[in-house]
Write a protein that binds this ligand. Sequence first.
Ligand code: SF4
Length: 94
Amino acid sequence: MGKTYMGLPRDKIPWFPAIDYEKCTGCLTCVETDKNAGHNVYEVEGNPPRPVVKNPYECVVGCETCAKLCPNNAISFPSRDELKQVLKQLRGTL
Ligand code: SF4
């Protein structure tokens, strides 16, 4: 069985960062934060280097730290309401 979040299959929960490459300057703060926290959501690719969301389901559900630290507001997540709706649907309580 894969990873779970509160008993629900993690790969059914669409919670992970999306990067707006129009805004991203490649500072890699998001990647460092991710690695320092022991996660493996991001990898660095390309030249010049830029962050890529390689392992979206390694992302901690509800965590938006990388988005908060991005100096260019280039990272977004679903809204809390969207997350709640998905969790309710998966639990069969909607
Ligand atoms: S923190 Fe923001 S600007 Fe810096 S690499 Fe990540 S997405 Fe790009």
